[in-house]
Design a protein around this ligand. Structure first.
Ligand SMILES: [Zn+2]
Ligand SMILES: [Zn+2]
Length: 241
């Protein structure tokens, strides 16, 4: 296999290297994060204050594992920490509608924060000195509905365009950006060679079927040199134009 010798390939490799570096950095940051509750335990001498600090991390900073909070700040295991913290609930405000969201357990909190992260592009977990904010179920659902509607609109637009392509004359279709793109893709996939005789001159892409105009599958197209094309057309092996 030959590595494409173009600048875009260099860019792809550079970005992958950067992503690897970021992964390494992220791993280091996670390790550092795990060290800090112990440091916090040393910085706070009053046992009641230590308990409050553990409570804060437990409810407001879901990234720090429970085991690390218990061992680092309080010097106990998770069960003992849960006993010390007592039955708890945590309330935060929805960043959009300001309604109160109640978390009854840390796993519930972590799942909501994880869910928010998945939608990072359009609304993520926001951290500030007052803690983090998330969206309530209703606001998440509303956001989701907007995305679904956007997606459906895109699909409808695509369907309408495919119908338009199907209705136009063949000559007209050959001028469309869709065909120029699909033709180019097919030439690239076939290494710019005739699929019958392997010659790389006077190539054109032809249809073997017109069923999926605009989104032709690989087997519905064929790249041919002029000679092979004329031969196949004589034998009626190609779709009528
Ligand atoms: Zn809300
Ligand atoms: Zn040929």
């Amino acid at each position: 296999m030959n590595r494409p010798n173009v600048s875009a390939m260099n860019d792809i490799e550079a970005i992958i290297r950067k992503m690897e570096d970021l992964r390494t950095t992220l791993g280091k940051l996670k390790d550092e994060l795990q060290e800090l509750p112990a440091k916090m335990g040393q910085e706070i001498s009053d046992p009641a204050e230590r308990l409050e600090a553990a409570r804060y991390l437990y409810w407001m900073v879901p990234e720090v594992p429970s085991t690390v909070i218990g061992a680092g700040i309080l010097g106990v295991n998770v069960y003992e920490m849960n006993r010390l913290l007592g039955p708890q609930r945590n309330q935060v405000q929805c960043e959009q509608c300001q309604s109160t969201i109640e978390f009854r357990s840390r796993s519930h909190l972590q799942s909501v924060v994880g869910e928010m992260r998945k939608y990072r592009k359009k609304g993520s977990v926001k951290y500030s000195e007052e803690g983090f904010t998330v969206l309530c179920d209703a606001c998440q659902e509303a956001l989701h509905e907007v995305w679904v509607r956007e997606y459906e609109a895109e699909c409808a637009e695509r369907t309408a365009r495919l119908e338009e392509l199907a209705a136009m004359s063949y000559d007209e279709y050959l001028q469309t950006p869709e065909w120029l793109w699909n033709r180019q893709q097919h030439l690239e996939l076939t290494n710019f060679r005739c699929q019958v005789c392997n010659k790389n001159r006077l190539l054109e892409v032809y249809h073997r079927s017109h069923r999926n105009r605009g989104q032709e599958g690989f087997s519905e197209l064929i790249a041919l040199c002029k000679k092979c094309h004329d031969l196949l057309q004589k034998e009626s092996r190609l779709a009528k134009e």
